[in-house]
Design a protein around this ligand. Structure first.
Ligand code: CA
Length: 226
């Protein structure tokens, strides 16, 4: 099951798409103009977007550009519907980042097949990049925001988690306290460097045996040892 956003002003086409996606057990949402379409693309978090080009409000090319240039929505696959073959040149030429396009009039069977392929591809992508860092006794799961030591969950604060994750992602690299403050706390935050030491101390306490991964380099800073 996927969430499919249909941005199409021709009600017959939108209706036919909706009918067929629902038959395939997908959830759908429809926008009949560009502005509403963009709003839904950002708020409805669809797994895929069917996007017409000629739309009232904002055209499909502009919508595509906006979706693909926003880090929050750039990963959403888009299939563009076009009425003219000249538009195809535009889509390809502008490198808008659309995942596929189909020219009207189109066969529903063909479109459903393409949707299936793209959904399968984006599922695979998600599986291929698990946000889990594994070391023999320590596991850091970014997606679940969870750390475990020898299979047992450890309760960390948000900052402790970010600090550990940052060090682990950059294992064997040495970081000064200032650098860690910039990277983990943010460059505009006015706090003292000993804040880093306090967090490292607490982090080590919570990690128990796995605390050996965080090494202090006197007069320099910290690093993550594998
Ligand atoms: Ca149209």
């Amino acid at each position: 099951m996927a969430r499919i956003l249909i941005i199409e002003d021709e009600k017959d086409i939108a209706g036919a798409l909706e009918y067929n996606f629902k038959k395939e057990k997908h959830e759908t949402s429809v926008a009949y103009d560009g502005i509403q379409g963009l709003k839904l693309a950002q708020g409805y978090s669809p797994s895929l977007i069917i996007l017409d080009i000629m739309l009232p409000g904002m055209d499909g090319l502009e919508i595509c550009r906006k979706i693909k240039s926003n880090p929050k929505t750039e990963g959403i696959p888009i299939i563009i519907l076009t009425a003219k073959s000249e538009e195809v040149d535009k889509i390809v030429g502008l490198e808008l980042g659309a995942d596929d396009y189909i020219t009207k009039p189109f066969s529903m069977k063909e479109l459903l097949a393409r949707v299936k392929t793209i959904l399968r591809r984006s599922e695979k992508k998600q599986i291929a990049a698990p946000d889990i860092l594994k070391f023999d006794d320590l596991e850091i799961d970014s997606e679940k925001h969870q750390v475990s030591v020898l299979g047992k969950a450890v309760d960390l604060t948000a900052k402790e988690f970010q600090l550990l994750k940052y060090l682990a992602e950059n294992k064997e690299r040495v970081f000064s306290r200032d650098r860690l403050l910039d990277s983990v706390w943010g460059i505009n935050v006015a706090i003292e460097t000993r804040t880093v030491d306090v967090h490292v101390r607490r982090l080590r306490e919570k990690l128990g045996k796995a605390s050996r991964h965080i090494k202090t380099l006197r007069g320099v800073g910290y690093k993550f040892n594998v």
